[in-house]
Design a protein. Sequence first.
Length: 257
Amino acid sequence: MSTINPSAYSAYSSYLRDTQSKINLIKTQLNTGNKIISAADQSTITNLSSNASAYTAVTQSIGGAQSVITSAQKGLTSIGDLLRQMQALANQATNPSLSNLDAINLNNRFQKLVTDIGKIATTASVNGSNLLSGTAGVNVKTGIDNTPASRTHIQPVNIYGMITMGALGGIKLESIADANSALSSIASAIATVNNGQISLKTSAKQLSAKANAINGITTSSQSQLASLQNLDKPALQSQLQMLNNNLAVYTLLSKLG
């Protein structure tokens, strides 16, 4: 009759308890459908979830800014068309053979266009932000670390200021001299509009690039969260089979001692 080795018996008994504990843990997860998450994984999940919320806010900030830029771009396109109409009227006003009545009518039409430009500039606002009226521009949250690098400033194209105090301020067609002066001012205004379109297009591209980068980070985080939180039944079932096999071996070895 064989004698059981106390040391071996103790070791196998320990293996048995450990293996059975792991089996019970897996069965619990498979039966409930809920993954048991370790403290370390829970900490990672908390951090990932917090970052996900922060990136959602950034995405919304960028989306809002893109809407403001789009509104400004549409406004500048319309303003460019009106400026070219003003340019045509100013050219007509340089004709010395114009009657006084024709000159007055040209100036009235001209002033109406100036007013229309002002209306477009002041109504290009989206949720209180307007790139065509004022000098503030738009500050956009494009990162989550709250450093200066996590914010992007969109420069304004202050059309309203150009009307009230700039190139188009006091512009009129009451004389040939006024018309020639107006042509110079309109050319300056058209250049401002064209440069503004270029600047806004550049800003829109920069924001799109940042948005795409954030989407990539968000997708990666969501995938990592899913792997930490979701139950992988095939993997657990495979692990359970392996543990059951180990349990059978340890049981046999513990009896053999």
